[in-house]
Unconditional design. Structure first.
Length: 637
């Protein structure tokens, strides 16, 4: 009898151990395969993609190339895709190669200015934009070059001695320059401003460089906001993305096409904003992805050939479901290849049947991992806000959720501030991992989110501590009514604008929360204005400089919505995380907040990542971040 009981106990312990292991962990998360598409093969039969897989044991990342039939089947490992996929850097006539390289234009350091001081490392600046994202300006600018493919001739710099970057810093890539279909010209995207004027403007333009004459024409001079992502159709028609408002980085993003040689806004009458697009193979339509109702979906819109005899049509939504279409890879016949994922799954390749919009998963790179764990349940919940609006809120439940139990619950505060809170899959703020650690996650699509019309999206600007804060509280209060929510164990977490939200909520939450985590958030918006690198962002969203006493919008921001002015109300444990190379929300923000919490005698902790920027990119730092995140929650919730 005793032996039977012992075996039963061992069995139960073993079963309990297995159950405790079948959820997402930080180590599993960082070692998932990341799938990134290369393109569709020239014959239209295959999709070429690469995977990157980090090994914690070896502290190394393995990258592998594959091709997989568009019709479905087994992926085949390949060594190169040079003969499979068209090389966009080669001109259509095959004569020239297009590329980008840094060119040293300005002397910045002491050793460069004073040749007799070879060890001087002082940096000297006469204007702003002295640092950007995570690097200090060193006087080198990314320029576009072209050179003959089969000759030993020197490459030609199409920007000459101009201090302008292409690709755009910090996130631009090869999509910022391309060949015209006739190989006679090069289109490139850049902001032809310099210094302080660069830092306060979003006025990027699309330029056309003609090879024969070596002259440049500004194709979008009329528009003072962003012009990006130029692309030609198979018939040679040009389209691009455009924001019309100077200085507003989150303005409505429209698709503009040249029709009768004039810019024609295809999405002007559509109450949404576009992430990215691709021409159809027959040049009659444009496919694009855009946020809508807490997800990102695939749309199509017809392109008129003659402006005056064809009405502007509204886009047609092609896909619908609890997932995000993250990008468009390409088209072959009646099939579109896209990337797709959701809050439980990292990106994989899918096909979309353009006849009936049905979808089929192509790649299964992480199936083994996901099949070995229990996934979270994700529900859409509509919450009534304090001003009577209906707000979509994602609620993510722990694996094996039991409604008869009580769970600690986290309010997730999204960054941006106008980033979509869709079915994204973050390798940092991962809802699946939060739920796996036993937390219910409440993720509201508060004011400022795209996908609910331009008015909802724009409301947050100059109202940082206003209605959207009430939206946060409405969401957590609504979910906290449920019997399975432990009202004595509520936390609020977030990064960037989400970090600001946490700092602000810490002063106004009226005892709702027992723990806070803020990553790279604005704490003192006066010093933020004085140290951030992209001034157009704070000029638009905060309302302008703090010294402008005649600017009512700015003064409202600095007097009512500044977290530093609410520190006297702080009484809740807070974990503060800060990147040393974050120049968007510089290091002083996190240090000021930690110092205030410590001097107020509040339980607090600082995580300082000296080599990380606004994100955490190093794999081992990422795991350390996750371990500290959950260690803090365990201590305080």
């Amino acid at each position: 009898m005793m032996r039977t009981l012992s075996l039963l106990v061992l069995f139960l312990l073993y079963t309990s151990f297995l159950l405790s292991q079948n959820v997402m962990t930080p180590e599993m998360l960082v070692q998932l395969k990341k799938v990134s598409p290369v393109g569709i093969s020239k014959d239209g039969k295959y999709v070429v993609y690469r995977t990157s897989e980090y090994s914690l044991e070896n502290n190394a990342t393995a990258r592998t190339l594959y091709k997989i039939p568009v019709a479905g089947g087994e992926a085949e490992k390949i060594e190169s895709f040079n003969d499979l996929v068209t090389d966009a850097s080669i001109s259509p006539d095959g004569k020239y190669r297009l590329f980008s390289e840094d060119v040293k234009i300005e002397a910045i350091t002491g050793r460069e200015v004073y040749k007799d001081l070879p060890n001087s490392n002082v940096y000297m600046y006469n204007s702003l934009n002295y640092r950007h994202w995570d690097t200090w300006e060193d006087g080198a600018y990314g320029h576009v070059f072209y050179a003959p493919v089969n000759e030993n001739a020197a490459a030609i710099d199409i920007m000459k001695d101009e201090p302008y970057d292409c690709p755009q810093k910090p996130f631009g890539g090869s999509e910022d320059y391309l060949w015209s279909p006739d190989s006679k010209s090069i289109l490139y995207v850049t902001k032809k401003l310099h210094g302080t004027t660069y830092a306060v403007s979003t006025n990027t333009d699309i330029y056309q460089y003609t090879i024969d004459t070596k002259t440049t024409t500004n194709l979008t001079e009329y528009n003072k906001g962003y012009d990006t992502q130029p692309a030609f159709s198979s018939k040679g028609q040009l389209a691009w993305l455009q924001m019309k408002t100077e200085g507003y980085e989150s303005d409505k993003n429209d698709i503009v096409a040249l029709v009768d040689d004039k810019p024609f806004n295809l999405t002007a009458n559509w109450d949404g904003t576009v992430n990215s697009f691709m021409w159809s193979n027959d040049a009659k339509k444009i496919y694009f992805v855009a946020p809508t109702q807490g997800t990102v979906q695939l749309f199509e819109i017809a392109v008129p050939n003659i402006k005056n005899n064809k009405k502007l049509q509204l886009p047609k939504q092609l896909t619908n479901g609890q997932f995000d279409i993250r990008g468009i890879v390409g088209q072959t016949d009646n099939t579109l290849v896209v990337t797709r994922g959701d809050m439980n799954h990292a990106t994989e390749l899918y096909t979309v049947n353009l006849k009936d919009s049905s979808m089929k998963q192509l790649t299964h790179e992480n199936d083994a991992n996901y099949n070995s764990i229990t996934l979270s349940t994700i529900e859409k919940r509509m919450v009534t806000t304090t001003d009577g609006k209906q707000m979509l809120t994602w609620v993510i439940y722990p694996p094996n959720f039991d409604s008869s139990k009580k769970y600690p619950t986290l309010l997730y505060c999204q960054g941006g501030p106008q980033g979509a809170l869709s079915q994204f899959y973050s390798y940092r703020w991962n809802f699946q991992l939060m739920a796996a650690n036993g937390y219910i996650v409440v993720a509201p699509n508060r004011r400022g989110m795209p996908g609910y019309g331009v008015e909802w999206n724009e409301q947050i600007s100059k109202d940082y501590g206003g209605q959207n804060m009430q939206d946060y509280l409405a969401a957590i209060d609504d979910v906290a009514k449920e019997p399975y929510v432990d009202k004595d164990r509520l936390g609020a977490v977030g990064a960037s604008y989400g970090g600001y939200s946490v700092f602000n909520l810490a002063g106004i939450h009226d005892g709702r929360f027992k723990s806070f985590i803020a990553h790279d958030g604005m704490f003192n918006i006066r010093s933020m204005y004085g140290t951030t690198e992209e001034l157009f962002y704070v000029n638009w969203d905060l309302g302008g400089p703090y010294w402008d006493k005649d600017n009512a919008a700015a003064q409202k921001t600095y007097t009512l919505f500044n977290p530093i002015d609410k520190v006297a109300n702080w009484n809740t444990p807070i974990l503060i995380i800060q990147g040393g190379k974050d120049y968007r929300v510089p290091i002083g923000q996190g240090l000021e907040a930690f110092q205030a919490a410590q001097l107020r005698g509040i339980k607090s902790k600082l995580l300082y990542f000296p080599e990380e920027n606004h994100w955490v990119l190093d794999n081992q730092n990422s795991i350390a971040w996750q371990r500290e995140f959950y260690k803090w929650l365990k201590e305080t919730l």
